[in-house]
Ligand binder design. Structure first.
Ligand code: CO
Length: 188
């Protein structure tokens, strides 16, 4: 499948609101190929030259519904600095990721979120859980995994898993109060 900024489904298309279904394991060839293509998109989109040449909008994640396939598949690549100041690269090809626990403490991105399927600007804080635990099958490691995510990774995973319910980041923004004061929230 050709995945680029022209083929990615935008929020003007009602399909983006479709519910994504769990995928059966072991993966069919078709599902595996799609998940690898989604991952390749994210990887290539982070390369300035490839992004320009192939019309890729830079991304940290993409879910299958964004290419019109309502299945619980998502690819994520997030660079972060850990508490020791070391650079860490979190890379996943997730099948049926499920949030099994969420912290009460909240977190949000200071500059708001973006999405490959959203063209127009939506200003405001997208308040999410600061820490989550996710269970999934990861095709990259070829096994069931548990991710204990915090910081930016936690935000990205919640954003991608929201796509399975047809939820877009701006659905979380209250237009009347786009910049709420959230007690003890972590600002990223
Ligand atoms: Co998105």
């Amino acid at each position: 499948m050709l995945i680029n900024n022209d083929t990615i489904i935008k929020d003007s298309d009602p399909k983006i609101r479709q519910i994504s279904q769990p995928v059966s394991l072991p993966l069919s060839k078709e599902d595996e190929t799609l998940l690898r293509e989604l991952y390749q998109y994210v990887e290539d989109s982070r390369d300035d030259e490839k992004a320009k040449e192939f019309n890729l909008r830079p991304a940290v994640g993409i879910s299958a519904i964004q290419v019109g396939v309502p299945k619980q598949l998502t690819a994520v690549i997030v660079d972060e600095v850990d508490k020791n100041g070391n650079e860490v690269k979190y890379k996943y090809m997730l099948v049926n990721p499920k949030i099994i626990s969420s912290s009460v403490q909240k977190a949000y991105l200071e500059n708001g979120e973006g999405c490959l399927s959203v063209v127009s600007e939506h200003e405001g804080y997208v308040v999410r859980s600061a820490r989550i635990t996710v269970k999934a099958f990861d095709l990259l490691q070829n096994k069931e995994i548990t991710i204990r995510a915090r910081g930016y990774l936690a935000i990205v995973l919640q954003h991608e898993i929201d796509h399975f319910s047809g939820v877009l980041f701006y659905d979380h923004i209250d237009a009347k109060n786009p910049y709420p004061v959230v007690e003890e929230a972590i600002v990223i």
